[in-house]
Design a protein around this ligand. Sequence first.
Ligand SMILES: [Zn+2]
Length: 362
Amino acid sequence: MEPNVFAAPQNGFVPGAPAKGWAHRVTYPAPSLLTSLKEAAWFWGHHGPWAPLLRRPKEHAPLRPQTTLRKARPGEVRVTWVGHASFILQVGGRTLLTDPVWSKSLAGGIKRLVDPGVPFEALPAIDGVLISHNHYDHMDKRTLLRLPRDTPMFVPVGNGGWFRRHGFLDVTELDWWLDAALGNLRIELVPAHHWSRRGLLDANHGLWGGWVVTDGNGRKVYFAGDTAYGTAFQEIGKRHRTIDVALLPVGAYAPREHNGGVHCDPEEAVQAFKDLGAKAMVPMHWGTFRLSPEPVLEPIEWTRRAWAEAKLPESALWELPIGGSRAVPPPARARREGPVPEPVRQPVADKPLAQVPKVRVF
Ligand SMILES: [Zn+2]
């Protein structure tokens, strides 16, 4: 039985999470065995023992490292791209990290192509960490264990045990559409079209999702985590009108028959941005790790094309280099912190996300 999300307490872990996990929340059917084998062969070819003999791709995402992180002005929301899905969010006077990965390589030997945009040593005290799901390129043990164990961790339900086992003391587990307060911030887990797995036998044991952070002035940042295209974006946009900045994934989409059900391609990310009704988009999840066979720069080039074709204002596409920052300016009468925003109490039907008919096959 699905837990009734509205009966669940706020700011806490959800009782009654299904014992067998969250397979019923997976939107698209898993790829066939054949496409999975092909994908595994590509991976082995590029990341196997002979990988160092192969030429690493010459092109990569532009890097503009920051060795000191500028403080945000009161009321400002500052977003800094560290690489892949790792961001530093300076919001409501606090500093949050999303899916922090500072390691030189991922489990399985996948090398980082570009250094982190901000050295770990240069980080200010971290007030909270938002985790989208447990895949290794998003939940990196080596990086997480560099953080003090009393750092507040926000994770989708089913992932809290891992954090508690690793000594973290302040872990908030949430189901989709549930929120918690952190100081003057309201932090809500929102749905994503994805899945999870860390070991051999734990597929979908932990939930996955994105995060909407609202500050005391009502400013909203949306971090999508890892997601395919689907109906989630419209739902999120209905509930959170005026998202100021959306951090959306544009890479690791090829081949579509394998990745179409789990990752957006740039055209879909641009459509997701429109569905959300957000004011600005930062493309992420590209140029940092080679997770799929598309050329390294293709995601950003295709994003620019799709953006122009959709006739969206150029100024709303915030294309950051790794290490780049950009800020939503403070509102006219910004309050230094402002009150804790009220949680959104609009009912949401507790039903699996719908599939979207695809133009491309997968
Ligand atoms: Zn993932």
